[in-house]
Design a protein around this ligand. Sequence first.
Ligand code: IDP
Ligand code: MG
Length: 138
Amino acid sequence: MDQTFSIIKPDATKRNLTGSINSFIEKSGLRIIAQKRIKLSKDQAEKFYEIHSDKSFFSDLIEYMTSEPVVVQVLQGKNAVKKYREVMGATNPENADEGTIRKLFALNVQENSVHGSDSDENASKEIEFFFDEKEIVG
Ligand code: IDP
Ligand code: MG
């Protein structure tokens, strides 16, 4: 079965939306097979978002991602990466389709409630970054 990596981001944990977002994920047919609530260190956040380190929004992004706890997850299902990107909606909630997590919950382009991997290769890397094999029980 395919897997993807997800983060419920600080704006969502702060507003007590973990359960609402998990319900969305489960209704879509994806299965949450690993999950933990953690506070990202600056170092972790910078490594995770390294690809965006040259962007103007990078320092704001790191500050935001370390501002409150996050919930990191492994999601499993057929075409999990593509499926979850559809369920999430566009990065900017103004462009997100009706019925997506970001359309419903995101506050703005930065505080957009969720992260989902953008390729199978990145999904594997991101899962490995946050989870031990033992923590993924299927
Ligand atoms: P994604 O989360 O939909 O994959 P990316 O382009 O990979 O979007 O950007 C990573 C994260 O950086 C976004 O989810 C959002 O929190 C933040 N971000 C992206 N673009 C902007 C922007 O133009 N301004 C502020 N924050 C942004
Ligand atoms: Mg991305």
